[in-house]
Design a protein around this ligand. Structure first.
Ligand code: ZN
Length: 149
């Protein structure tokens, strides 16, 4: 009996660890819309997130309204840290908190913005710069759940 309990605990733990890749809570209601969007990839590097080191060696924004201000590398516009499942959007089109299912990428949540992200464009987060460039530019039909916050 105890062994069986242990077995299920190990399974649950493994499932939890796997789920960590895309930490997005899947919506239970049907999608609000299916929209064709442009998708690109980005990471937290200087090139993708437009930051640089200032003369003190501190990372600062290289452009935009917060230019020159200290940046926490990996922090998104929503304040949450970027991880796979994070997507940068144009908040006028997709409010922060909107959830997506993107074929080939998986579940994602709008948590970031960017100067170059305008209209129906999703910028998908990857840990490695190479993975982001390999994604390239892809047009995808994505399922959308608008934020009801
Ligand atoms: Zn990058």
């Amino acid at each position: 009996m105890k062994q069986r309990l242990m077995f299920w605990m190990v399974i649950a733990l493994a499932a939890l660890m796997l789920a960590r890749c895309h930490l997005v809570i899947h919506p239970l209601r049907p999608a609000d819309a299916v929209i064709e969007v442009k998708t690109t990839g980005y990471c937290m590097c200087r090139k993708c997130c437009s930051w640089k080191f200032n003369w003190l060696g501190m990372p600062v924004f290289a452009s935009g309204s917060r230019k020159g201000r200290v940046k926490i590398i990996g922090q998104t516009a929503s304040g949450r840290m970027a991880r796979p499942g994070t997507v940068a959007v144009d908040p006028k089109v997709f409010p922060i908190g909107t959830k997506f299912y993107i074929p080939g990428y998986g579940w994602a949540r709008a948590e970031d913005t960017g100067g170059a992200i305008k209209g129906r464009h999703l910028d998908l987060f990857f840990w490695r710069h190479q993975a982001g460039s390999e994604w390239g530019v892809q047009y995808k039909k994505v399922r959308v759940w608008y934020s009801k916050d």
